[in-house]
Design a protein around this ligand. Structure first.
Ligand SMILES: O=C(O)CCC(=O)C(=O)O
Ligand SMILES: [Fe+2]
Length: 323
């Protein structure tokens, strides 16, 4: 008996998916897009990135495998069809709990005026010298939001070829911020997605995910019986939380296992992959507003501003003007 991941269907309620994620740490949504769409992303990668630039050569991704970073810039289809997939964004809204929802409750950024949106949770106290002081309020669990909005952390094609002889070390996504954060007091701030660009099977390296490990103390090691496999048909997606142990698996076959990875992170964390280089302004300008916002071309009230730009769309001149 090995660990088990629940599988949902594309018409499952986002809240039910988010609830399962919170309790198990990982879930699959089966057959959420077509196999043709996955091939379209692959074709774009092959058109836009040379073979030699796809070669894996790190400890995490040894030779014989492929990694293509900057996927949001490399494949417009990935950005416009997978990254902004409405079901994923509704689940991300439920898990990352932003002030500004980005899925079906999203307000078109064009409609949003400066100062519109939730009131900032602070009041202004008057000082006896005529000055003032900002006083932030602690929010109740119901009111508390995890972020203003969220952006992608990294977008990478991860392909296991014939050269994956060992499992990747199990790891947690929050590791990129350790040791700078106290993990046990953090609200959820990363949701990871891995799209199956080919069938994912136990033989070809389907991601190892450890259900329940998001609740474990750091030092607890996974037992083999606790490790689940994200075996799923091409066009499916597996999701996991910031503290869920996971990793690529070794492969016993020569056929490729191609995954398209994207993480969604609270806007106040530094993006793992620099999206402004991966998707420069001239490329982003050809993308939808929603994709641009996810890539990072929107700022919150206080973070990411560029003076004199529209904060809801930093590619536009406009009314922003922080500081
Ligand atoms: O490719 C996979 O199945 C997971 C990869 C992963 O977690 C990583 O490279 O950080
Ligand atoms: Fe990972």
């Amino acid at each position: 008996m090995t660990g088990y991941l629940s599988a949902f269907t594309p018409d499952s309620e986002p809240q039910a998916i988010a609830d399962a994620l919170r309790s198990d740490g990982g879930v699959i949504i089966s057959n959420i897009v077509s196999a043709d769409l996955m091939d379209a992303v692959y074709d774009e990668v092959r058109r836009n990135v040379s073979e030699e630039d796809q070669v894996g050569n790190s400890a995490l991704w040894p030779e014989g495998n492929k990694t293509v970073g900057g996927l949001a810039g490399v494949s417009k289809t990935f950005a416009e069809q997978l990254l902004v997939h409405p079901k994923i964004l509704d689940v991300a809204d439920a898990v990352l709990n932003p002030f500004r929802p980005m899925g079906s409750k999203r307000k078109e950024v064009k409609e949003m005026q400066d100062g519109e949106g939730p009131p900032p949770p602070y009041s202004v106290g008057q000082l006896d010298d005529g000055g003032s002081q900002l006083v932030w309020q602690r929010q109740t669990a119901d009111e508390a939001r995890h972020c203003d909005h969220y952006t992608v952390g990294a977008c990478v094609m991860l392909e296991i070829g014939g050269g994956r002889e060992d499992h990747q070390a199990l790891h947690r996504e929050n590791a990129i911020y350790q040791p700078f954060i106290e993990q046990h007091v953090m609200p959820e701030f990363i949701l990871s997605t891995m799209w199956a660009g080919t069938d994912f099977t136990e033989d070809n390296g389907a991601t190892r995910v450890v259900p329940g490990s998001h609740h474990w103390p750091e030092s607890r090691l996974a037992k083999s019986a606790e490790i689940a496999r994200a075996a799923m048909p091409k066009g499916s997606v597996v999701l996991w939380l910031s503290r869920t142990l996971h990793g690529a698996a070794k492969s016993f076959v020569t056929e490729r296992r191609t995954g398209y990875f994207a993480s969604y992170i609270a806007d106040w964390f530094r993006q793992e992959e620099n999206q402004y280089i991966a998707v420069p302004p001239e490329t982003a300008a050809t993308y939808s507003e929603q994709a641009r916002q996810l890539i990072g071309y929107t700022c919150s009230d206080t973070l990411g501003w560029v003076k004199g730009r529209d904060r809801n769309d930093l590619l536009q001149p406009g009314r922003s003007g922080q500081l």
